[in-house]
Ligand binder design. Structure first.
Ligand code: AN0
Ligand code: CP
Length: 317
């Protein structure tokens, strides 16, 4: 594998999950791969899980790690070409990225959608500049349109917890006070559509996701109907994708908050969320603390998804 930006980079998903389970059981067996290799993690946005789990994965593989919060302590970066740089940005991304590439063997990048320009977000401008200019393999640690390390961990978790071959998996929108990107639901749909699960997406009208990610998935506007017989409930907020409302909040309807009443409609479903989660907006205390909540093992699998991805990259360099 050269770069990791979406589900396709993993190839056969059954093989990828099998490899993940092997890595999980023997995570320190591959230390020779990362000897004298350095992983650089660049964050344009906050993170708890991605920051720690990706570093841990690299360390499991014998790598050295460096982390830079690029908006704190580094020079403020210009991203547009042709700008007369007489403002508050002393450095251009076009120099900063190749320089960062000089100091490492693999680069992880987190750069969320900015909601200023839909085309720029959906063209993954920053992630692609790292791919084009760093000269090094690039791992998406959540870019504008996807968070594949998260969705790979989600898939591993579902495979571990499913009690039937073809579970019903429901992605539900839930309310949130701030506008959040579509990266997590986009990637989740992208991965689920590659499985043979019964996959359903439910959200209020106006929250339709990019059809390139939804593809053949069922979309059900009635959350209660969608929850019937579900084996896994995957909650997430996202802001509107469709024009003219791109990046806007259209609803904060707390009837969509996942509570015990909604969960009672399911087939004793497991509750999932990528975290961080706002309690009693996205999900009630009772559900997230309940016996069917698997948010912590789901987060633990972030170390494993990252390790498989970095391992495959190291095997190719
Ligand atoms: C981010 C998001 O929704 O994309 C990161 C989730 C992993 N969440 C927040 O900004 C709260
Ligand atoms: N789920 C996830 O990516 O969490 P962080 O934003 O804390 O990294």
């Amino acid at each position: 594998m050269r770069h990791f930006t979406n589900v396709k980079d993993l190839g056969d998903l059954k093989q990828a999950v099998a490899e993940a389970l092997e890595v999980k059981a023997n995570r320190y067996n591959y230390q020779h791969l990362g000897q004298n290799k350095t992983m650089l993690l660049i964050f344009f946005n906050s993170s708890l899980r991605t920051r720690l789990s990706t570093q841990k994965a690299a360390m499991n593989l014998g790598m050295n790690t460096m982390v830079l919060d690029i908006t704190q302590g580094a020079w403020k970066l210009e991203t547009e070409r042709g700008v007369v740089m007489d403002g508050d940005k002393p450095e251009h991304l076009f120099e900063a990225v190749p320089v960062m590439g000089c100091y490492c063997d693999v680069i992880g990048v987190r750069a969320f959608a900015r909601f200023e320009n839909k085309e720029e977000d959906y063209n993954e401008m920053i992630l692609n500049q790292f791919i084009q200019l760093s000269g090094k393999p690039v791992v998406s640690m959540e870019a504008c349109t996807g968070h594949p390390l998260q969705s790979f961990a989600d898939l591993i978790t579902i495979e571990e917890y499913k009690s039937k071959e073809r579970p019903k998996v429901v992605l539900t929108w839930a309310p949130h006070p701030r506008a959040l990107p579509q990266a997590v639901p986009n990637s989740f749909a992208d991965f689920m559509n590659e499985t043979d699960y019964d996959f359903v997406i439910t959200h209020p009208e106006g929250y339709e996701l990019d059809p390139r990610f939804v593809r053949g998935a069922k979309v059900e506007y009635d959350q209660k109907k969608a929850f019937e017989g579900a084996d896994f409930i995957y909650a997430k907020n996202w802001a509107a994708f469709t024009d003219p409302n791109y990046g806007q909040i259209l609803s904060k309807d707390r009837n969509w908050t996942v509570g015990v009443e909604q969960m009672a409609l399911t087939n004793d479903a497991h509750f999932m969320h990528c975290l961080p989660v706002r309690r009693n907006m996205i999900v009630t205390d009772d559900v997230i603390e309940g016996p069917r909540s698997i948010v912590i093992p789901e987060a633990a699998n972030r170390e494993i998804s990252a390790q498989v991805v970095i391992k495959r990259i190291l095997e190719g360099i």
